[in-house]
Write a new protein. Structure first.
Length: 506
């Protein structure tokens, strides 16, 4: 009887053990001692970004200085003062400069008087010249009469000699008068030149007097003031900076440092999101305005400066703030997403050769469908006309034929990827040559997003109906670090993929 009892208990324990094992297997725990964690394939948006930091700067910052030396007698602006172009913001003591202007005016008056004196002298010499001409005429007429009487033997030779002498003296006086007149004209020119010199001196000293007014060159806000009332400004070799004025703070820019490894992904017009420590819960938007080609090297690390343009309508962004920046190099909306952990998971003892693989598939029909879809996308986003659209289609067909020729020509697998990339780069250049400047700018953005995606084949693992592990190959696109875009693959939304394994507790 006892044997029968113990046999029944043993049988019940065996049945319970089998049921417990099957239950654990059904819930994801396998006989190899591991249980698997899963996550679902979801649909949503993905953004791939280059993350970095930068400084918030005004679009325009002008340092206002003084071209002359002097003491600050008026201070008409302070920190945060809004100013307009031409508005007076400070004044140097004008007393010494006003005195110099008065002296220059007096010197100009003296120069004008000198011109008047020289003109009067010239008029006097002109009168003397007319008298000399009349005297010379009388001497010549008298000489002619004496010569006529001498021919008749009425007068002596001495009378002729005296007439010749008088005529020669008259000629000499006339010549001397002309010479003095010429000299006087030169002196008059010199006097007029002195007037010009004095006018220039007056203008220069008036300009110095005007420079005692320190005016704002732009519309903006005073962000820096380096002087106080009564302080002496010394402008010798370099103009001292009195104020710093920022332009319209409704528009700001970020100076962002991008590592050399990431700079190839950055193009103008890319969208930018950023935050600042003062408003951690608010995300600001901008776009890439400029990529500066000058490198910055610090401790063998090379970076490049990227200028980001951002609107600041609420004036929350202040100059000098540190920004945490995400430059969006790729964005997808409403796409299938797989967790990054699923791509990293590799079960022990499993590989492509032993696993059941459902490939992503790349049939010629699928490839043609993708090309047609790409042409439609380019036509819509770039606004291609019929001629451009047909030319783009021809370029894609030529590229596809060339790629198929490489594959069928027996090119080694190691060489094929580089050759395909070169062909696609050539087709991109051919397409760019068909576009106008605005279309070319948009095309560069599209190309940047495409290259950011870096499409690649990946593998995820799922449980089959028989509770075995099955590998599914996918073509992956961009990643945000947590999820990766699924470009192609035989998997559906809400499918469970394995993201990790843990040993069964003993």
């Amino acid at each position: 009887m006892k044997k029968l009892f113990y046999g029944g208990v043993f049988l019940a324990l065996v049945v319970a053990l089998i049921a417990w094992q099957q239950g654990h297997l059904a819930s994801g725990e396998r006989s190899d001692g591991a249980s698997y964690r899963t996550a679902k394939i979801t649909k949503g948006d993905i953004q791939m970004a280059v993350s970095t930091t930068g400084k918030v700067r005004p679009v325009i910052t002008v340092e206002v200085g003084s071209q002359i030396s002097g003491q600050i007698s008026e201070m008409l602006a302070d920190f945060n003062t809004p100013v307009k172009a031409g508005q007076i913001i400070a004044r140097l003591d004008p007393a010494s400069y006003a005195t110099r202007v008065d002296a220059a005016k007096a010197e100009l008056a003296v120069a004008h008087a000198g011109v008047a004196v020289q003109m009067a002298t010239l008029e006097e010499l002109k009168a003397d010249a007319e008298g000399a001409v009349a005297a010379l005429r009388d001497a010549e007429q008298e000489l002619q009469r004496v010569m006529a009487l001498y021919d008749k033997r009425v007068v002596a030779q001495s009378n002729v000699d005296r007439g010749l002498s008088v005529r020669d003296q008259a000629r000499a006086r006339h010549a001397a008068t002309l010479a003095r007149q010429k000299k006087q004209k030169a002196q008059l020119l010199n006097a007029n030149a002195q007037v010009l010199v004095r006018k220039a001196t007056l203008k220069e000293r008036q300009l110095d007097l005007d420079r005692t007014f320190i005016a704002s060159p732009i519309d903006g806000v005073v962000t820096g003031r380096n002087v106080d009332l009564g302080q002496t400004v010394a402008a010798s070799l370099q103009a001292p900076v009195l104020f710093s004025i920022a332009g319209d703070l409704g528009h700001m820019q970020l100076e962002v440092s991008v590592d050399e490894a990431d700079i190839g992904s950055i193009v103008e017009e890319q969208k930018v999101n950023f935050t600042v420590d003062a408003f951690t819960q608010r995300r600001f938007a901008g776009k890439v305005l400029q990529i500066r080609k000058a490198p910055t090297e610090v401790a063998n690390v090379v970076t490049y400066t990227v200028i980001v343009q951002a609107d600041n309508p609420d004036h929350l962004l202040l100059p000098g703030m540190t920004a945490n920046v995400d430059i969006i190099i790729g964005a997808r909306t409403n796409v299938l997403r797989v967790p990054e952990a699923a791509l990293r998971f590799k079960p022990k003892g499993k590989n492509k050769s032993t696993a059941s693989v459902a490939a992503a598939g790349a049939s010629p029909e699928a490839a043609r469908a993708r090309v047609i879809a790409l042409i439609k996308t380019l036509t819509k986003q770039l606004g291609l006309n019929d001629e451009q659209r047909d030319a783009v289609g021809s370029i894609f067909r030529d590229t596809g034929m060339a790629i198929r020729g490489l594959r069928s020509g027996g090119m080694s697998p190691d060489q094929l990827p580089d050759a395909v990339r070169n062909l696609r780069a050539q087709s991109s250049r051919r397409i760019a040559s068909l576009l106008d400047p605005e279309q070319a700018k948009k095309y560069r953005l599209i190309r940047a997003e495409a290259s950011a995606g870096n499409r690649r084949r990946v593998q995820v693992w799922v449980k089959s109906d028989s509770n075995d592990l099955e590998a599914i190959e996918l073509v992956a696109g961009i990643s945000d670090g947590s999820n990766t875009e699924i470009v192609r693959g035989k998997i559906q939304e809400d499918a469970d993929v394995i993201v990790g394994a843990s040993a069964r507790p003993k």
